[in-house]
Design a protein around this ligand. Structure first.
Ligand code: ADE
Ligand code: ZN
Length: 342
């Protein structure tokens, strides 16, 4: 019999275990220090006087109050070098938590609407992902998100822009304001994306309901659901997610910061694990929500008594849920089992 692990041991284990991160908005990894550096480099005036002032503004009532400041921050990103530096900084933070595979999101419309070219955004991100693979050993698949508060026509135009880059963009997703922008609005866009060979994911059941999750599965044919915490309000939706092994990319610190749950103790990750869902732990927008993936694990270990076996299951889930090939998934899963066998 091994001695039981305390919360500090488990947190340490969670940080060191090999894992994938599947729900991370690159624009949401823009730390205030980099925001100021980029604003200065690009001659952009900020309404904040200091890094502390920026951090103090990161108090949110709901998703929209966060999105407002998130889009404001993204306006400091202008050149290809900016997108490269942003992505590289994220990869270094991920590497520190032993993240070995990433599937980050980017929001091209946030930038093209300001006159920043699609190629500038993508070029900077991809050059950093390639550098990170070389220097940090982090493999990657990239996911382009459509902003669901914009029109389906604008999403279609963005899909057109992505077509020449099928080799570096694996999937398309849907983010931004969920309520009032249902999956049906993007049925045609996702149909076309699938026909062009993109995989699909979507935020659903973050502020939306279990029925939004169900319709996202039916209408958008997604491989996984981003957040999905409200799926647990409907036993039939849960049963379907379990049966079809549709993963949920859960972001605990985000959910508490955006008041989806009143406290981490109220988060339903424990119910997800007990139900046999393919749940994963991710950071969403770490610069805004108080931490990277290791911090998210630390928070759920503390509040929800996540066990050693559950950490192993979460690490295995992160690879099962990924867009790696079956052989790559098997190899990464072996790494997890080897790590926990030690
Ligand atoms: N864009 C960035 N973070 C998001 C979130 N948590 N939900 C919806 N859209 C987002
Ligand atoms: Zn998100």
């Amino acid at each position: 019999m091994s001695t039981p692990l305390n919360s500090a041991d488990l947190t340490n284990l969670a940080r060191r275990m090999p894992k994938a991160e599947l729900h991370l908005h690159l624009e949401g990894s823009l730390e205030p220090e980099m925001l100021f550096a980029l604003a200065e480099r690009n001659g952009i005036a900020l309404r904040f006087g200091s890094v502390d002032e920026v951090r103090a503004a990161y108090e949110f009532d709901d998703l929209q109050s966060f999105l407002d400041i998130y889009y404001e921050g993204a306006s400091a990103l202008v050149t290809q070098r900016d997108f490269h530096d942003l992505t590289m900084a994220y990869l270094h933070r991920a590497a520190a938590d032993n993240v070995v595979h990433v599937e980050p999101f980017f929001d091209p419309q946030t930038h093209t609407a300001r006159g920043v070219a699609f190629d500038t955004v993508l070029g900077g991100i991809v050059s950093a992902l390639r550098e990170g693979e070389q220097t940090l050993g982090i493999t990657w698949r990239l996911i382009m998100c459509f902003l669901r508060d914009l029109s389906a026509e604008e999403a279609l135009a963005t899909l057109e822009q992505a077509l020449p880059y099928r080799d570096v963009i694996t999937g398309v997703g849907l983010d931004s304001a969920e309520v009032g922008n249902p999956p049906e609005k993007f049925a045609t866009v996702f149909e076309q994306a699938l026909a062009h060979g993109f995989l699909t994911v979507s935020h659903a059941g973050e502020e939306g309901s279990a029925d939004d999750v169900r319709r996202t599965l039916d209408v958008l044919h997604v491989s996984r659901i981003d957040h999905g915490v409200h799926a647990l309000d409907d036993a039939q939706v849960v049963a379907r997610l379990v049966r079809e092994r549709i993963p949920l990319t859960v972001c605990p610190l985000s959910n508490v910061k955006l008041k989806v749950f009143s406290a981490m103790e109220e988060h339903n990750l424990r119910e997800m694990l007990d139900a046999g869902l393919v749940a994963t732990v991710n950071s969403d927008d770490p610069a805004y929500f108080g931490g990277y993936v290791g911090d998210n694990y630390a928070a759920v270990i503390k509040a929800l008594d996540v066990t050693r076996d559950e950490l192993e299951a979460l690490a295995l889930n992160s690879f099962e849920a990924s867009f790696l090939s079956p052989a790559q998934k098997a190899a990464r899963s072996d790494d997890v089992r080897t790590f926990f066998a030690r």
